[in-house]
Design a protein around this ligand. Structure first.
Ligand code: SF4
Length: 430
């Protein structure tokens, strides 16, 4: 399988943890520095207009007014009052975003966001079937809140996200099922049912592990338990969506209507941009898709919506320094942070934009990630420019690659004023 530059960094393999994960949910709120945080699972990233508007209103009336897209295509609310949990749950139930109190944190399903829009097969039926199967399984409620299902239409985008169980669509309607980090996958006739069976089998053998990679990294134990005979994985293109217009296409007799992908700056936006997205979706198919790369897809929309998206502050062009730029939460949301990394990073990226520094070179730059502390939450896989807060400024270094550590020469210390030029130069270091 081809690597994807923004795949979630493969985590080290750990033995079973023997304790519950502390992953936040819609009912289990996380106490952050800026108030309570709720993470709402959105299987496949699929949202209706009514669901998005309900989330926006909840963010305004119960939280800090913004919504965040996560690296699994879920949606977070921050800055919630400590007593907001009950009210939030009621609102989510009313629009179908909390169909089960017991299973809410295990509905972690990512799906190829452009599936069915540019000529491939749609994945909506798989998402809904797998979600329904999970909700109906008493065993599945034992899964960790970190357990991830990836449903890939064959383009290899979400298949590169280091999921616990990956289904890859086959042209004949069947699927390949990959178990953990196996370099092989088994042909299965009914993908969602096979994925549920594998998840239930994992619960039986996990010994306290949260992820398949911790208990059975190459999937051999699960394959034996399920009676599967995996074959070598095919090469997949590994194409993830870029922002902008998605051309429609055709898959046999099925026409694909295309769409538009809008980028969220660091995955976060206030109510107004989200309302713009909802209005544009309502004028198209009524559906939105939140991607694992902090984007929102408007199926069926065309180039005519780009001005409205840009006016709302959403990214619509890929050739800017914001492409491939990520940052951890930082201050004020995280107590460990030594700086407001998102504010500082935005200033640096906009400064490069405004000065149009070497526009050709920044069209395909190295990824860059800002972190408020050494944990570097959410940093990309592979080589990237590491911008780490020090308390006095930032330290820049090239990291990633085979060793996973710092590489490519020594780190440099920069002030906020020096950061824009230094980051732009480092991103051109290949
Ligand atoms: S990298 Fe450090 S500062 Fe940033 S969110 Fe993670 S723990 Fe907080």
């Amino acid at each position: 399988m081809s690597p994807t530059p923004d795949a979630i960094e493969p985590a080290p393999v750990r033995a079973g943890r023997g304790r519950d994960d502390a992953c936040p949910g819609a009912l289990r709120l996380h106490a952050a520095d800026d108030g309570a945080l709720a993470r709402v699972r959105v299987p496949g990233g699929l949202l209706s207009v009514a669901q998005l508007l309900a989330l926006v209103l909840a963010a305004e009336e119960l939280g800090d007014g913004a919504l965040e897209a996560t690296s699994r295509g879920n949606v977070q609310l921050r800055g919630l009052r400590a007593d907001a949990g009950g009210e939030l749950a009621q609102r989510l139930r009313a629009v179908g975003l909390l169909p089960s109190d017991t299973h809410e944190r295990v509905r972690n399903i990512v799906a190829s966001p452009l599936a069915g829009l540019d000529g491939g097969a749609g994945l909506g039926p798989w998402v809904r079937e797998l979600d329904a199967l999970l909700l109906g399984s008493e065993t599945a409620r034992e899964l960790s809140g970190r357990f991830l299902f990836a449903l890939d239409d064959g383009r290899g985008d979400v298949a590169a996200l280091d999921a616990d169980l990956t289904l890859i669509a086959r042209p004949d309607g069947g699927a390949l099922l990959r178990l953990g980090r196996a370099d092989a996958a088994a042909v299965v006739a009914d993908g969602p049912r096979a994925a549920l069976a594998a998840a239930e089998a994992f619960v039986a053998l996990r010994s306290g592990a949260w992820r398949v990679r911790e208990a059975d990294p190459d999937g051999t134990l699960l394959a034996a338990r399920l009676g599967l005979a995996p074959l070598p994985l095919p090469a997949l293109p590994g194409r993830r969506p870029g922002v902008g217009v998605v051309a429609g296409g055709a898959d046999g007799a099925v026409a694909a209507g295309g769409g538009v992908v809008a980028g969220l700056r660091f995955g976060r936006a206030d109510a107004a941009p989200w309302r713009t997205l909802a209005a544009l979706a309502a004028a198209a198919t009524g559906e939105l898709r939140v991607t694992p790369w902090r984007q929102v897809v408007l199926p069926g929309a065309g180039a005519e919506v780009l001005p409205a998206l840009a006016a709302a502050g959403l990214r619509t062009g890929s050739a800017t320094p914001w492409e491939g730029a990520t940052a951890c939460t930082g201050s004020p949301g995280c107590a460990k942070s030594l700086a407001d990394v998102r504010g500082d990073a935005a200033a640096a990226l906009d400064a490069v934009d405004a000065d149009a520094v070497d526009a050709d070179a920044v069209a395909a730059p190295l990824p860059v990630h800002w972190s408020g502390c050494e944990r570097r939450c959410g940093h990309p896989a592979g080589p990237f420019v590491d911008v780490l807060a020090t308390g006095d400024g930032y330290r820049l270094a090239l990291r990633g690659g085979a060793s996973g550590g710092a590489s490519g020469g020594g780190a440099i210390e920069v002030t906020n004023q020096q950061m824009a030029a230094a980051v732009a130069a480092a991103r051109r270091t290949t």
